[in-house]
Write a protein that binds this ligand. Structure first.
Ligand SMILES: Cc1ncc(COP(=O)(O)O)c(C=O)c1O
Length: 420
């Protein structure tokens, strides 16, 4: 019999295989100093484009004050236990109430993490006779939620409404044949890689033709889209048609935790049946009080969202004017598509960081097809005109070098932290 660990040592995985050269640089980098548009990386100040600190709340003085005071008052332990048993508080319930009101839903439930939360919500809602119909580019947490689902699941091509109709027809036929079960459609408000919005309005309109419920993961839309910042449903004027609205606090709220909002009875069912919350300690009080404060600023300081958009549009305009392909983004998430191998991409990123002092995430094979490179830029309210100008110049110069073959290397550069 093989040692179960043996295969782990033989094959470290698609990214892990590069860890000896990549650790601490291309993977697991350490950004230091106060969170802002410029941070320290390996002793150099960089313009940072890889933090989902959309509204700049991470280091906002009022937020830092609330976080510190709440930690001093309650510590990290309080309240102890799972919410259902001993870990509930008036503040947890207040945050749920305020989130529900903000999202125009009857009720909301807090979750410790978005990832486990959405997986577990899917598990709580769907039984073995139900069918899940989901967008092909759904986030990993949705895909893992599907893995918990014992029934059928049909995928529709990304944002392709004709294909969604086909899958809804298949799902409806199956349910009719079984004579039991229902359909849950899952999509996202904003797709975090390409930056395009899910076609929520068109999906909601399909409710006239098919019977289904809609769950939307709006991790990137919450706080950034819609008149009040309530997200992609508000932006597309179809919030009422979203049966379950989900967002994490890890992006525009610059915090941790998540929530799911919907009809009171449904949220109450989930509250009493969601395993990742029932069998886990509740969110610590400083996080809850910090999130209440963040929600207050998100609601009352619309200038933060306005600044985010000003920066995002300036960056995107500058990239387009310089001939860059930024695809079909219609949100602040800004991908820049280029062509090249994994080794070339890493050589280019090294140049970008070491000589231009620009830090952005890069996406390569196997996350996307071979031969493609995506720079993924996340503008925030904290970026300045200077940050944007420096970045555009650096991109133009490094792209010219890429096209001239200057980054053709045999192996990814060895940038790993020196091990003692
Ligand atoms: C679309 C989407 N859903 C869910 C999550 C998970 O949220 P959390 O970080 O709270 O676990 C993320 C996170 O990064 C995300 O981008």
């Amino acid at each position: 019999m093989a040692d179960i660990f043996e295969k782990l040592l033989k094959n470290a995985g698609p990214i892990g295989q590069h860890r000896k050269r990549a650790h601490g640089y291309f993977a697991f980098p350490k950004l230091e100093g106060p969170i802002s548009s410029r941070m320290m990386f390996r002793g150099k100040e960089m313009v940072v484009w890889s933090l989902n600190n959309y509204l700049g709340l991470a280091n906002h003085p009022e937020i830092r004050k609330t976080d510190a005071e709440a930690a001093a008052q309650f510590g990290l332990a309080y309240p102890m236990g799972a919410r259902m048993m001993s870990g509930n508080s008036n503040y947890h319930e207040q945050l749920e109430k305020e989130l529900a009101e903000f999202e125009h839903k009857e009720d909301a439930i807090l979750m410790n993490f978005g990832y486990q939360g959405i997986m577990s919500a899917i598990d709580a809602i769907c039984g073995r006779h139900d069918v899940i119909v989901y967008d092909a580019e759904s986030h990993a947490c949705i895909i893992d939620g599907l893995r918990l689902h014992p029934g059928h699941r049909y995928v529709f091509k990304h944002n392709d409404m004709d294909d969604l109709v086909k899958q809804l027809e298949r799902a409806t036929q199956l349910i009719q044949k079984q004579n039991t079960g229902g359909i849950l459609v899952i999509t996202e408000g904003v797709f975090g890689m390409a930056g395009d919005q899910g076609k929520l309005k068109e999906i909601v309109d399909l409710k006239q033709q098919f019977e289904f419920r809609l769950l939307v993961d709006d991790a990137h839309g919450f706080g950034t889209l819609g008149k009040t910042g309530a997200g992609a449903g508000e932006e597309q004027d179809c919030q009422d048609g979203i049966d379950l609205y989900f967002s994490t606090f890890a992006k525009s709220m610059a915090s941790i935790g998540a929530f799911l909002a919907g009809d009171r009875d449904i949220i109450d069912f989930i509250r009493y049946n969601i395993r990742s919350q029932i069998f886990a300690k509740s969110l610590p009080m400083p996080i809850v009080l910090g999130n209440l404060k963040r929600l207050e600023l998100l609601r009352t300081q619309p200038e933060l969202k306005a600044k985010l958009w000003e920066n995002a549009l300036r960056l995107q305009k500058g990239l387009r004017e310089r001939g860059f392909d930024i695809g079909k983004t219609n949100t602040m998430v800004t991908p820049v598509y280029m062509k090249g191998g994994v080794e070339e991409a890493t050589a280019m990123v090294t140049d970008l960081r070491e000589n231009y002092h620009i830090f952005c995430s890069i996406v390569v094979y196997p996350v996307i097809p071979k031969g493609h490179i995506i720079y993924r830029l996340i503008p925030t309210a904290t970026h300045t005109e200077q940050d944007i100008e420096d970045t555009l110049r650096a991109f133009s110069e490094t792209k010219a070098k890429l096209d001239a073959g200057a980054y053709k290397v045999e192996m990814i550069p060895d940038m790993a932290e020196v091990k003692s």
